[in-house]
Design a binder for this molecule. Structure first.
Ligand SMILES: [Zn+2]
Length: 145
């Protein structure tokens, strides 16, 4: 799955040119709920929090999703499952994978100090903004849509 079609991911960490590998296993749990067990791996280029140049970073994520048709059903899911909304029997696979990717982003990405373009001395001048968690990024993106 190419990463360059993921607009929200690009908004969060800059446009990506790599690929994302996704494995999905569709099933039904003992309660009769439809679920998806998944795994994804991607090579991303994430901006260093200090100097903002790109760093090759691998992300990996395991997830267990419960397919629900309403928010009320989502609330009934066990905490082991993340809800994924299915409307008119249509699962938006791309959006789902993109959500998981955004959630799997590391909170903070830095170069090793020796490789970074910004030294620790420059940092103490307070130029660096506090890191934003991927959950906040995702929430903000969802609120917007
Ligand atoms: Zn750096």
């Amino acid at each position: 799955m190419p990463l360059d079609g993921f607009a929200r991911l690009a908004e969060a960490v800059g446009s990506q040119s790599g690929d994302c590998r996704v494995w999905l296993d569709f099933g039904i749990d003992t309660q009769g709920r439809r679920q998806i067990r998944g795994h994804l791996e991607a090579s991303l280029q994430l901006p260093c929090r200090r100097c903002l140049s790109r760093i090759d970073t691998s992300v990996e994520s395991e997830f267990l999703l419960g397919m629900v048709s309403s928010d009320a059903l989502a609330a009934e899911l066990p905490s082991t499952h993340e809800p994924v909304l299915v409307e008119d029997e249509q699962l938006n696979l791309l959006a789902m994978v993109e959500d998981e990717l955004i959630l799997s982003l590391p909170q903070v990405v830095y170069h090793d100090e020796a490789d970074c373009n910004v030294s620790r001395d420059q940092l103490t001048s307070g130029a660096a903004a506090p890191p934003e968690s991927p959950f906040e990024v995702l929430k903000r993106l969802k609120d917007k849509s």
